[in-house]
Ligand binder design. Structure first.
Ligand code: ACM
Ligand code: ZN
Length: 759
């Protein structure tokens, strides 16, 4: 049902562009709150003057002139005060408190951007940039509009992890430009982690000397093998991030304090605050490698899942980190500083005499409270320096202090949001299910991201005003290059931009999608290595009976779809898809999209499988629900679950984790599924970590392996009646879920409940 509507949208969009003046195709992201479009135009030429009515807007005027010169080749002059001559006028007047609100009025005589402060004038400038047509000559036609605009949320953030792989200051600035274009205003800079320390701290020079360069680690090796396997240069480690030392190739890099100041100043000009994160007490192997005494036992190491943390039992650990943060406070002139505090492996603390002495001396109950004590110590240091602390949502465990801001990431722990809000703490939403842009884009559709409500259902309306906003996080374990970083974040950040700006509005996917499509030529012009939008209605496995039409309705006309059917990797010489074609045999397609500049996207591997309808059975069982066995243990593959005897058995009337099942779990669901009619069915299997679905003892969806939330889909031709089902799922004890949905070819869902599953 989805495709015809979408198709109609394109046809309407294309037709309306064709008929009307091209300049009226207005596609602003994020969508302005109020916009009236007039009949006329304003023409920008090299005679147009930009004027600013307040001295504080000089930088904004210069920025606009630079961007116009870059994008159109027109060089406009700038002047300090409004006069009868000035045609583009920048001003701000309203009170400071209404931050981020602006108006943009374009008439045939002038363009007037008025903000409530210099930053919001910059937001108006970004809107104006998006009104500039792509094709320009000596005059630029700007349509008459009256825009009144302001965001739903004050915090519209993007996090960049530059520890796992390093991005230099120019790469960071390029990303800041893109953030500003889409009205993001908080840049969260993840500066340290186990795999690298990346900021100069003058008092502790070994942090950089010992921990900013490394021999290739498993992340680097995985990237390099992906580059080879997938013929994808985006996975290569950039040469400038490697060096030879003592006969070894090292990978890394760091920022001097001067670099940091330069980036912070650049961001400030764009209206973006920079929030530094030095992650403690976990994720600290890089500082421990430089100063081993920071740990409990003088060494780096790993526990079951996470690295061995700092030792909060030693006074010196606190003293050193206070020194480090003191230098940080000087570099970042903003109120918020991020302390990390996620994923702390507390086994060492249980064995460490210093930690145990601290627990006793401070009357703490356990290691969770020790972590909480440590965070509070840092927080009071932050407060005495006029800073506010942000921590990942683990800071709610063991007692949350009143003033800390919680950054929620564990989708599976929504209660941390509720607890924090009920206590009056502020919260920033970065749910990993949707807002982790390092997860493969195939793991969630863009539509799922756009239509997802990031506010957990348990949050009531009154406490919603304590939510500062939303953010996406891009962890860089598998992202070694600027190209890969852009591929992972774009177009997802465009969807998130609209959600952050228009959270309260009645957002419609089809409406957003038509605006989004119009942005790809802009992204091409900006040389962004984006991921092209998905081909509608593709699944890992598409099943047909007899013959079928291979039909890829693709909305981006500048993108080439090339494919192979011999399992080789498509290149620029592979067959080009132009029109639908028929197949009568099972065929494995490797599809690859090529952008107008010739660069390639990831390969899509799609099996078109010719099958017969699997016969259904009658009367096999009428016992309602599926059998569900819990096997306790840490599994990395579904096949390992059965190697451990079941601990408990349940009957479930839907696919869910039964009450009482612990975190370390392998679950096996088995029984029969009642298929209502002969049809081709699509199974969507979503899980965190791995899962695997068998119908009639045949594998249907393979979502195996340790991973975050991933949805995969595949089809099977099924006749009416009962069909054996077996579903494996495991979670490695870091929080997870399982979800299975089933749809007929008419798009209707077959709900898995007490009427459709038996054992
Ligand atoms: C996180 O993803 N560990 C915050
Ligand atoms: Zn210790």
């Amino acid at each position: 049902m989805k495709r015809p509507i979408l198709l109609l949208m394109f046809i309407l969009a294309v037709c309306s562009c064709g008929k009307k003046n091209n300049s009226k195709a207005i596609n602003i992201i994020p969508k302005p709150v109020e916009m009236e479009v007039g009949k006329g135009n304003f023409l920008i030429s090299d005679k147009t003057i930009i004027s600013y009515n307040k001295t504080e807007l000089k930088e904004a005027a210069e920025y606009l002139a630079e961007r116009l010169a870059d994008e159109t080749g027109l060089h406009l002059s700038i002047q300090a005060a409004n006069s009868s001559q000035s045609n583009i006028v920048l001003d701000y007047n309203s009170p400071e408190e209404i931050s981020d609100a602006y108006t943009l009025n374009v008439s045939s005589k002038n363009i007037f951007i008025e903000g409530t402060n210099p930053r919001s004038v910059m937001l108006g400038i970004q809107t104006l940039r998006q009104l500039i047509p792509l094709e320009v000559n000596t005059k630029i036609i700007i349509p008459e509009v009256n825009i009144k605009d302001y965001p739903a949320w004050e915090w519209r953030g993007m996090m960049m992890d530059i520890s796992r792989h390093f991005f230099d200051k120019e790469e960071v600035k390029e990303f800041l430009d893109l953030m500003a274009y889409y009205k993001f205003n908080k840049f969260h800079w993840h500066l340290t982690d186990d795999q690298g320390w990346r900021i100069e701290i003058k008092k502790y020079p070994l942090l950089i000397e010992k921990s900013s360069w490394r021999e290739f680690n498993n992340h680097d090796k995985t990237c390099l093998s992906e580059a080879v396997k997938e013929h994808n240069t985006d996975y290569l480690l950039p040469e400038e991030k490697t060096k030879e030392q003592d006969g070894k190739i090292l990978y890394g890099g760091y920022y001097t304090q001067q670099d940091i100041k330069e980036v912070v100043a650049y961001a400030a000009k764009l209206g973006i605050d920079v929030i530094p994160e030095i992650d403690i007490p976990g994720h600290s192997s890089s500082s421990i490698a430089a100063y081993p005494d920071l740990s409990c036992f003088g060494t780096t190491g790993w526990g079951t899942i996470f690295s061995s943390p700092l030792c909060p039992g030693k006074d010196n650990t606190l003293a050193i980190y206070k020194d480090i943060y003191a230098e940080l406070f000087e570099l970042f002139p903003y109120e918020y500083v991020h302390v990390g505090a996620d994923e702390v492996e507390k086994e060492n603390w249980k064995k460490c005499p210093h930690c145990q002495a601290r627990i006793k001396q401070e009357n703490l109950q356990n290691e969770d409270e020790l972590q909480s004590w440590f965070v509070r110590q840092m927080e009071s240091f932050f407060t005495s320096n006029g800073k506010k602390l942000i921590g990942w949502d683990e800071i709610t465990e063991g007692g949350l202090s009143e003033n800390a801001t919680v950054m929620w990431w564990r989708t599976w722990a929504p209660n941390t949001v509720k607890t924090a809000l009920e206590q009056g703490n502020k919260v920033i939403l970065t749910p990993n299910s949707h807002n982790y842009f390092d997860y493969q884009q195939t793991s969630k559709t863009l539509q799922e991201l756009y239509t997802f409500d990031p506010v957990p259902a348990s949050v009531d309306n009154t406490s919603k005003n304590l939510i500062l906003g939303i953010q996406a996080n891009t962890w860089a374990e598998a992202i070694p290059s600027r190209e890969r970083f852009q591929y992972m974040t774009v177009p997802r950040m465009l969807a998130l931009s609209d959600v952050a700006w228009r959270y309260d509005a009645d957002r419609k996917w089809e409406e957003f999608y038509s605006r989004l499509i119009a942005h790809f030529p802009r992204l091409d012009k900006m040389k962004i290595n984006y991921r092209p939008v998905e081909i509608p209605d593709l699944h890992e496995k598409i099943v047909f009976v007899g013959t079928t039409l291979v039909k890829w309705d693709y909305p981006l006309s500048d993108i080439e779809l090339r494919y192979t059917t011999d399992e080789t990797i498509p290149d620029k010489n592979s067959p080009l898809y132009t029109d639908p074609f028929e197949i009568d045999q099972s065929t494995r397609f490797n599809i690859r999209m090529f952008r107008p500049d010739g660069s390639a996207a990831d390969i899509l591997k799609i099996l078109y499988a010719k099958e017969e309808y699997r016969p259904g059975h009658e009367g096999l069982s009428s016992n309602v629900g599926l059998k569900c066995e819990w096997h306790e243990g840490i599994f990395r593959q579904c096949s390992q679950i059965e190697t451990v005897p079941p601990k408990q058995e349940y009957i479930v009337e839907s696919i869910k984790v039964p009450e009482g099942v612990g975190g370390k779990r392998g679950l096996i669901y088995s029984g029969y599924i009642n298929i209502p009619k002969k049809d081709i069915y699509t199974f969507y299997l979503a899980s965190d970590d791995g899962s695997k679905l068998y119908i009639n003892e045949e594998p249907v969806v393979d979502n195996d392996g340790p991973h975050g939330p991933v949805t995969l889909s595949a089809q099977m031709a099924l006749d009416k009646g009962l069909h054996p089902i077996k579903l494996y799922y495991f979670d490695m004890n870091n929080g997870g879920f399982i979800n299975l949905k089933l749809f007929g070819s008419d798009g209707r869902e077959v709900i898995l409940n007490n009427e459709s599953i038996f054992h």
